[in-house]
Design a protein around this ligand. Sequence first.
Ligand code: GDP
Length: 459
Amino acid sequence: MYHPTALADTIAAIATAVVPAQGSIGIVRLSGSQALPIAQQVFLPQGSPIWQSHRVIYGWIRDSQGRRIDEALLIWMQAPRSYTREDVVELHCHGGIMAVQGTLQACLAHGCRLAQPGEFTLRAFLHGRLDLTQAESIHDLIGSASPQAAEMAVAGLQGKLAQPIRQLRQRAIGLLAEIEARIDFAEDLPPLDISAWWAQLEEIQAEIRQLLATAPHGELLRTGLKVAIVGRPNVGKSSLLNAWSGQDRAIVTDLPGTTRDVVESQLVVHGIPVQLLDTAGIRASSDPVERLGVERSQRLAQTADLLIFVVEAPTGWTEDDQTIFATIQARPLLVVVNKVDQVPLDQVVLPQGIPPPIGAIASQGIGIRELETAIQEMAYQGKIAPTDKSVTINQRHQAILFRAQASLQQVEEAIQQDLPFDFWTIDLRTAIHALGEITGDEVNESVLDHIFSRFCIGK
Ligand code: GDP
């Protein structure tokens, strides 16, 4: 058990995002055996309410000196029917920093401990309400930046990843049991049907490969892509960003070099969250390198996953374009030829060796659909897009599955080398242990620390 003594505390934290003067409601959450008695010291109900689980009670929050600091609602969720499976109390205050902070302070003054990041969810895990993949899915759901990413997280929350992993582990345990029985009761049992046993091992391996194939898609949905728009001044970078993001966030002007800072927009491209960066940032300068924003382009080229290099049809590919291109050509790149309303794409002379260009009229939003298709294709290039996209693994699962896979390969090698059963069981046990680490059936403290420390306080 993880930090057994820590579970004895009653913890409290602000459960909602606190942006000063922006939220209409803020929630302070308490969990632990003393949640209700502590809340009853902090909360003064109006009238004589019935203290019943899962009922809303109206009243006032008092600070440690008994002064009323907010009007609030209280919900008590008696164990085990709560998020943590402990007694949970939620105090719904007015939003903004003062009311929720004051409420939290009052709870701490009456004996709560401030929760660690992710501690509510950790408790839910330790009490068996969630497995580790579900806990990770909650984190993913909170951070998801596209409907598809949220859908994936909800699938995980429903146990759709834990299920196949547990089944695989059970099958591996079944295989182990057959071997162990042969070790212990060799005389009483018929000899092992090695080819049937091997076939089952192969099936497990195939399913692990299928799960591993979902990693790139999961990773894309979780972390998204950073896409930078680069190119010389006045080719239409800001216009492209604006048309694409549907917002007038970058300043569009006829004068070159007015986009002084990097402008960012969040988009969703075929389910992939995309952070779009407009790199213009050109300052009026006689230094040609500075003038072209080459340095800035280079810097962004290093951090971005994909570059959109914009050139324009009326001037065609210029020397300046060539200078910029030389600095970024090693990176994943799409080329957009803008302003094809003025000169058609097929009349624009482009150098050999550049990726197939996409024609655009940024000011009218034309070419964006083609650009999005190209981004999707590049994002999955060389990677297998899984068939059932709702179930995907994360990097932690991927690392563990690689370990499990390696151990199962060792088992196959032991069989091929005619080694005794004991040798098979060692690696098979390692693989079983690994599969258990994904769901948390086998787990150690550092893994829990790693997972839950990424959560926010209050979750
Ligand atoms: P940036 O410096 O690369 O960000 O370029 P801007 O987006 O500021 O655009 C420079 C000028 O080109 C502005 O006057 C835009 O209206 C114009 N422009 C942008 N896209 C197009 C296009 O597709 N066709 C035409 N004809 N003009 C465009």
